[in-house]
Design a protein around this ligand. Structure first.
Ligand SMILES: Nc1ncnc2c1ncn2[C@@H]1O[C@H](COP(=O)(O)OP(=O)(O)OP(=O)(O)O)[C@@H](O)[C@H]1O
Ligand SMILES: [Mg+2]
Length: 509
């Protein structure tokens, strides 16, 4: 049988950097192949070669689709063949409606006019295919990321894709959204649509794949059938050594209460009568790691934004630092008081794409924390060098524009930025999203280093193993209410989920 896709010996260079060094993959019809590898190992690059974003001549090696050689000049060529890619960063136009996005560039016309009736009817069919029960006239920007992701898939299906490439589709999704997406991909497989799936969440990779291919440093390490691999096997192949322990817990002293939040309330940014945070009270001790758990939409980000002075909607309540009330009118006030926050949405609040990696790292340090005197260039360069090293940001040099880094490495650079401020309190909102296991480990180690120096860390995370793996104490939020304040002593995932979902309020502390 001729495979649906065969890529042979693909080599792709960026200047002197070899991002891909002879990678070969093969995929049959109706099969799901996952690509695993650390940040910067070359997964997205391989997919961009496949889809013609890097056209024929820009890489070495051969590509065959249904047995025919592919020499694409651009993405339009591969789309015409039936290959659709959904990128790591979504590309829908937020200001336009679902319908307009679905038919952007392929509008249906009759008698020289746009045929809205037909596009409406087609949209409904497409939305049904991805099980989205929304009106095609909805503005895309009003939808959650999970729904937007499904619309991207609907758009790919409208072009009769036979091969769907999903580059980290589940990174920003909630658990239930992820479930919907994974089921959809499985349904599509049953209908003969093949899929190449990229994710750092190895449990879902294992669940969904027929085959798993591991890439390390641009090289093909191996492809095996998913049944024969455990997640530990995948990790070992990815990092090139066995990782005995995923959470490097270290002893650290916990001091007195340093931060207190009292009666924090916040209302929806656009709909000021919908409460998002209801009367939240909690405290944070010096040198403590406080995990904040709960389903997405539970009000965790809103609560953190109130502490960081950047919540855009109506809010109230008091924040005390070392017993003194703070006036937090902006993140500038918070930074000055010693509270820093690494935001959840890297693209919206995080990187400045056209600036270099180094400039992105020193950004907050330069304007907000305004040290006495001016940083001299040599000192600045050596500080940048240090943080690139300690966070293992994979970049050829600090001068490269940050948009060229792989997704996970951009995240590390942002983390580096806020660490430069030397905050007393560091709020991390989903700090390891899109980050590979090895780099996660580095970030956890760093968190422990920070608390050992007496910094207090609040970490919002949707990954329960991570919350349990590193927190000293866990807040559980549900519909804007802090339902649990639990010491993490043999706490289990079930206890946290129970607490997030039941009506009773559990407070141990
Ligand atoms: N346009 C570019 N210019 C220079 N280097 C690049 C460019 N695009 C990618 N690279 C480099 O190629 C390597 C592979 O990057 P790629 O984005 O494929 O990684 P990835 O496996 O998708 O990582 P992640 O899991 O973080 O998304 C990285 O070292 C990256 O810095
Ligand atoms: Mg990538």
């Amino acid at each position: 049988m001729v495979p649906l896709l065969e890529m042979q010996g693909i080599v792709k260079k960026f200047g002197s950097v070899k991002a891909l060094d002879g990678v070969s993959i093969k995929l049959n019809r109706g099969e799901i192949l996952s690509l695993c590898g650390e940040n910067g190992s070359g997964k997205s690059t391989l997919m961009k070669v496949l889809c013609g974003i890097y056209p024929y001549g820009d890489y070495e090696g051969d590509i065959a689709f249904k047995g025919n050689e592919v020499r694409a000049k651009g993405i339009a060529d591969t789309e015409a063949l039936g290959i659709a890619i959904i990128h790591q960063e979504l590309t829908l136009v937020k200001e336009l409606s679902v319908l307009e996005n679905l038919f952007l560039g392929s509008e249906i016309e009759s008698f020289g006019m746009l045929d809205f009736d037909r596009m409406h009817a087609e949209s409904i069919k497409l939305l049904e295919k991805v099980q989205l029960n929304i009106c095609p006239e909805t503005i895309v920007g009003d939808l959650g990321v999970g729904q937007q992701q499904l619309i991207e898939i609907a758009k790919a299906l409208s072009k009769n894709a036979e091969l769907l490439v999903l580059d980290e589709p589940t990174a920003p999704l909630t658990e239930s959204e992820t479930e919907i997406l994974l089921n959809l991909v499985k349904d599509l497989r049953a209908q003969g649509v093949s899929c190449i799936f990229i994710s750092h969440k190895l449990a879902e990779v294992k669940e969904i794949s027929d085959h798993i291919c591991v890439i390390r440093d641009g090289m093909h390490i191996g492809t095996r059938s998913a049944e024969t691999m455990t997640t530990d096997d995948i990790i070992t192949m990815m990092v090139g050594r066995e990782m005995k322990q995923l959470f490097p817990r270290e002893e650290h002293a916990i001091g007195d209460v340093i931060l207190e939040a009292k009666n924090i309330c916040a209302w929806d940014k656009t709909n000021a009568h919908i409460p998002k945070v209801r009367n939240a009270n909690f405290s944070l001790r010096k040198g403590e790691i406080l995990g904040v758990s709960g389903l997405v939409g539970a009000g965790r980000t809103e609560l953190m934004e109130c502490l960081y002075g950047c919540y855009q909607g109506k809010h109230s309540g008091e924040v005390y630092l070392s017993g003194k009330p703070l006036e937090l009118r902006s993140s500038h006030d918070a930074l000055e008081a010693g509270i820093a926050m690494v935001p959840e949405d890297r693209k919206r609040h995080g990187i400045v794409p056209i600036l270099s990696v180094g400039e992105n790292i020193t950004l907050a340090g330069l304007d907000a924390f305004a040290p006495v005197g001016v940083l001299n260039d040599v000192h600045e360069a050596s500080e940048i060098e240090k943080s690139i090293k300690s966070l293992t940001v994979k970049t050829p040099n600090a001068e490269l524009a940050i948009r060229n880094l792989s997704g996970g490495n951009q995240q590390k650079a942002i983390l580096a930025r806020f660490l430069m401020i030397n905050p007393q309190i560091l709020i991390l909102d989903e700090p390891t999203r899109g980050i590979d296991v090895g780099a996660k480990y580095e970030i956890y180690k760093l968190i422990f280093q920070l608390v050992k120096q007496g910094i207090s860390v609040i970490m919002v995370s949707s990954e329960l193993p991570e919350v349990l793996g590193i927190s000293d104490r866990v807040l559980v939020m549900h519909e804007g209410v802090i339902k649990g304040d639990l010491i993490n002593d043999q706490l289990t995932q079930e206890q946290i989920m129970d607490c997030a979902l039941t009506e009773k309020v559990v407070a141990e502390v």
